[in-house]
Ligand binder design. Structure first.
Ligand SMILES: Cc1cc2nc3c(=O)[nH]c(=O)nc-3n(C[C@H](O)[C@H](O)[C@H](O)COP(=O)(O)OP(=O)(O)OC[C@H]3O[C@@H](n4cnc5c(N)ncnc54)[C@H](O)[C@@H]3O)c2cc1C
Length: 365
């Protein structure tokens, strides 16, 4: 145990002073908390979800760990899945809850963080449960809270139903309707594969899909992908979709959909009409539902006061640390935006926090 508890001072003034505040209690936040606790650093995890599980608690019911989805272990406690056909939302949430209890992690929820500011000495975290003044802040807010919906002319005139893939209720909700699925990622193909079992569908994507056989995944390939994402993140490049790095995985269900002719993709439509989608070349497809499987963006609005955004659109982060703000760490961001990456980055960020606090000890004395 490394004794760097500099101070935890609750309730003497309007702000609580503490060594580290973690924002977000998913895979990334819990992994970091595990190591901070191990290092003896005072911390709190502020998580605005109602219960343990991070984004996994909100995943659609048909998403399970039996096919493409794999959740990497949190540090110090394996995920032992007894029944991979149960909804991932239940299995993973139970695992995270067990993890929090086992290691007695200091997680407070539901607590929403609205802003992080610099008061010159500390980072000030403003939340629905009060204000914290921290020597270090670890951002672990993921992307689930920021679904991305591109704008196409006429979107507001559509008379049918529009929803984002994150709100996908399961295929039964679409029976008898014509569904246009927008997007070229894994959510699009997996949801198309399901919906097409009960009704007619159209698939539109901006670019032709680049298929990757899921069996071809190996460690070397994984490292190359991670290095490419890390390079983009270090220069503050714009967030890019996972498939733009990895290609599109061909699971057995997706392969089956392909064989059924479901994945004959059309280019993006040019506009939306009250009854469907239309192309400038005169094509029109009637639609009852437009399902936007168009991805997510990092949930970092609360960091806006720190003015970290680079001209290219991203926040520059290297080795889990903001390039422009050494007291701010990012986990589950850029190259660590996967369950394996988040678990690894937790250790890197916690070690960075420990080193930062050590370097501050002489000034604090
Ligand atoms: C549909 C889907 C399937 C996926 N499947 C896989 C997979 O099989 N394997 C894999 O490795 N990766 C997968 N991923 C990616 C994976 O989910 C993530 O990399 C990882 O689980 C995210 O963990 P996280 O802790 O970074 O974020 P999250 O799990 O999103 O946790 C972030 C937490 O922060 C909280 N939060 C957000 N903003 C605030 C705020 N302002 N104040 C307080 N709290 C806040 C949220 O409530 C949430 O609890 C998938 C992603 C999606 C969208």
């Amino acid at each position: 145990m490394f004794g760097v508890v500099l101070d935890v001072n609750e309730g003497t003034d309007s702000a609580t002073t503490i060594d580290a505040v973690m924002i977000g209690g998913g895979q990334a936040g819990l992994s970091t908390a595990y190591f901070l606790r191990k290092f003896g650093i005072s911390y709190v995890v502020l998580d605005h979800s109602p219960a343990p599980g991070g984004a996994w608690q909100f995943r659609w019911p048909s998403l399970t760990l039996s096919t493409a989805h794999r959740v990497h272990d949190l540090p110090g406690m394996p995920l032992e899945v007894q029944d991979a056909s149960r909804p991932a939302s239940e299995v993973v949430s139970e695992y995270f809850a067990r993890y929090e209890r086992t290691f007695d992690l200091n997680v407070r929820r539901p607590v929403h963080v609205s802003a992080v500011r610099d008061d010159g000495e500390r980072l000030v975290v403003e939340s629905s449960a009060g204000t914290w003044r921290a020597r270090a802040v670890v951002n672990a807010t993921g992307t689930w809270d920021k679904p991305f919906l591109p704008y196409y002319p006429g979107r507001e005139t559509f008379r049918g139903r529009q929803l984002h893939s994150s709100a996908y209720p399961g295929k039964e909700a679409f029976a008898g309707k014509h569904v246009v699925v927008v997007g070229g990622g894994a959510s699009a193909t997996q949801q198309l594969a399901e919906i097409s079992q009960v009704t007619s569908t159209t698939w539109v994507t901006r670019r032709p899909p680049e298929w990757r056989d899921i069996g071809k995944f190996d460690e070397n390939w994984g490292r190359k992908v991670e290095a490419a994402v890390a390079a983009n993140t270090a220069r503050g490049g714009p967030p890019r979709s996972v498939v733009s790095y990895t290609g599109l995985g061909m699971t057995p269900e997706v392969k089956d959909a392909k064989e059924r002719g479901v994945l004959e993709r059309l280019p993006m439509f040019d506009r939306i009409t009250p009854d469907g989608v239309a192309w400038d070349d005169g094509r029109f497809i009637r639609a009852d539902v437009i399902l936007w499987a168009t991805g997510f963006r990092p949930a970092v609005d609360h960091l806006a006061p720190l003015r970290l955004r680079e001209p290219a659109g991203g926040i520059a982060v290297e080795n889990a640390r903001a390039v422009r703000e050494p007291r701010l760490f990012f986990v589950g961001y850029g190259p660590s935006a996967s369950t394996i990456g988040a678990a690894r980055a937790g250790r890197v960020a916690a070690t960075g926090v420990r080193d930062l606090l050590r370097s501050q000890v002489p000034q604090a004395a």
